[in-house]
Design a protein around this ligand. Structure first.
Ligand code: NAD
Ligand code: IPM
Ligand code: MN
Length: 357
C-alpha cells in the first residue's frame, strides 16, 4: 500500500515497446487496488538522445533519478552507436551509482511453454540467479596503451572487494534459505582466475558457516553452462560474479523458452536509492519496429518492482495473469509460436488483471 514515483526509461529499440506494456500493467494494478498509486515520469534518454545531445542522459540524470522510488528500464543499445558508449553512458552508471549490487534473475519454465531442453518440464526448471551487479569484470579499471601499434596492450581489471563479494554471497544465502530446497550453487573459474575466483571461493565457504541449513555446491562456469542445459533440475539458487551471471542468465532465459521471458531486478536492498527493473534481454535491433517483441519479460520485471515494494498480492496477480495467458496459448508473440503483437499481449494481461476483481 503506497505511493510510488516511478522513473520510466524506455531506452532503445524494443525497450520502448515492451516498457509501454509494463507501464500499462502497473496502471491496471493501481486501478484495481485503490491503496496503490503510481506517478510515472518518462525520460527520453538513450541512443537517440545521444545522437542529438552527445550524451546518453543529462549530467544531472543520477540526481534526478535519486528522487524516484524505482526505475523501470527497457533496454539500451543501438547499432549506430558503439555499445560501450551507450551502456557506460546510461545503464551501468545507474546500477553502480545507486548501489544496485544484487541482480535477481529468476528462470522458471511456465506450464504451456516447451523448453528447448529435450525432455525437461516445469518441475525441472526453477532457478533463481543472484548476479553480482557492481564490480568484478565490469570495473572501469584498466586502459589501452600504445593504441594502434604492434605493441598495443589492453587491460580490463576484474575488481573483487571483500565488502562486495561478501554482501552478494550473503544475499544469495538469504534467498536460498527462504526456498524449499535451500540449495545454493556458487559459480567461479578458480582453476584459471587464481586471485579473484579463489578469493570468491574462500568468501563463499566463510559466509556459508552462518547458514548451516543451506546445502551448497560449487561449479566452474564452463561446467555450469553445460549443466544448465543438461541437468537444470540440479539447481535452485545460483550465485555468480557480474560477467558469469550475465552469461548464465541468458541461458536462464533461453531455457524458459525465449529471451522474451527473462525478467530481472537490480536491487539496492536498503531503499536508500531507487532499484531498477528491466528485462534481461537487450534492444533486439533484429526485430525492432516490427511490433512483435514479447513484453512478458518487461511485465515480469514490473512484477518484481511490486514485490520489491512489498505489494505481494498485486505481484501475485500479475504472475497469475502471465501464467494463465501462457497456459491458454492464445495470445503469444512469434518467439513463443504465436502471431500476437506486443500490445495485444499487454492488453490481454491487463484484461486478466482487471477481471480478477
Ligand atoms: P538481445 O537480447 O537484444 O537479442 C538477442 C536475441 O533475442 C535477438 O534475436 C532478439 O530478437 C531476441 N529477443 C530479445 N528480446 C526479445 C523479446 N522481448 N521478444 C522476442 N525476441 C527477443 O541481444 P543482442 O542482440 O546481443 O543485443 C542488442 C543490443 O542490446 C546491444 O546493443 C546490446 O549491447 C544491448 N543490450 C542491452 C541490454 C540492456 O539494456 N539491459 C541487455 C542486453 C543487451
Ligand atoms: C544485461 C546486459 C548488460 C550487462 C549489458 C548491456 C551491459 O547484457 O543486463 O544482462 O552485461 O549487464
Ligand atoms: Mn546480459
Amino acid at each position: 500500500m503506497g505511493d510510488y514515483k516511478i522513473a520510466v526509461l524506455p531506452g532503445d529499440g524494443i525497450g520502448i515497446d515492451v516498457t509501454a506494456e509494463a507501464v500499462k500493467v502497473l496502471k491496471a494494478v493501481a486501478a484495481l487496488d485503490g491503496g496503490i498509486n503510481f506517478e510515472f515520469q518518462e525520460f527520453p534518454w538513450g541512443s537517440q538522445y545521444y545522437l542529438a545531445h552527445g550524451e546518453m542522459m543529462p549530467k544531472d540524470a543520477i540526481d534526478t533519478l535519486a528522487g524516484f522510488n524505482s526505475i523501470l528500464l527497457g533496454a539500451v543499445g543501438d547499432p549506430t552507436v558503439p555499445d560501450h558508449v551507450t551502456l557506460w553512458g546510461m545503464l551501468l552508471p545507474i546500477r553502480q551509482r545507486f548501489q544496485q549490487y544484487v541482480n535477481l534473475r529468476p528462470s522458471k519454465l511456465l506450464p504451456g511453454i516447451e523448453s528447448p531442453l529435450r525432455g525437461k518440464g516445469v518441475k525441472d526448471i526453477d532457478i533463481v540467479f543472484v548476479r553480482e551487479n557492481m564490480e568484478g569484470e565490469y570495473s572501469s579499471v584498466g586502459g589501452r596503451m600504445h593504441q594502434g601499434t604492434a605493441a598495443e596492450v589492453a587491460l580490463q581489471t576484474g575488481v573483487f572487494t571483500r565488502y562486495g563479494t561478501e554482501r552478494i554471497i550473503r544475499y544469495a544465502f538469504e534467498v536460498a534459505q527462504k526456498r524449499p530446497k535451500k540449495h545454493l550453487t556458487s559459480v567461479t573459474k578458480s582453476n584459471a582466475c587464481c586471485f579473484s575466483m579463489v578469493f570468491w571461493d574462500e568468501v563463499f565457504k566463510e559466509v556459508g558457516k552462518d547458514y548451516p541449513d543451506v546445502l551448497t555446491d560449487q561449479y566452474l562456469v564452463d561446467a555450469m553452462a553445460a549443466s544448465l542445459i543438461l541437468h537444470p533440475e540440479k539447481f535452485d539458487v545460483v550465485v555468480a560474479s557480474n560477467m558469469f551471471g550475465d552469461i548464465l542468465t541468458d541461458i536462464g532465459s533461453a531455457i524458459m523458452g525465449s529471451m522474451g521471458l527473462g525478467a530481472s531486478a537490480n536491487i539496492e536492498p536498503t531503499f536508500k536509492y531507487p532499484s531498477m527493473f528491466e528485462p534481461i534481454h537487450g534492444s533486439a535491433p533484429d526485430i525492432m519496429g516490427m511490433g512483435i517483441a514479447n513484453p512478458l519479460a518487461a511485465i515480469g520485471s514490473a512484477k518484481m518492482l511490486l514485490e520489491h515494494h512489498g505489494e505481494h498480492n498485486m505481484a501475485e496477480l500479475v504472475s497469475k495473469a502471465i501464467e494463465q495467458q501462457v497456459a491458454e496459448q492464445k495470445v503469444l508473440t512469434p518467439d513463443l509460436g504465436g502471431t500476437a503483437k506486443t500490445w495485444e499481449v499487454g492488453d490481454d494481461i491487463v484484461r486478466r488483471i482487471l477481471a480478477s476483481c
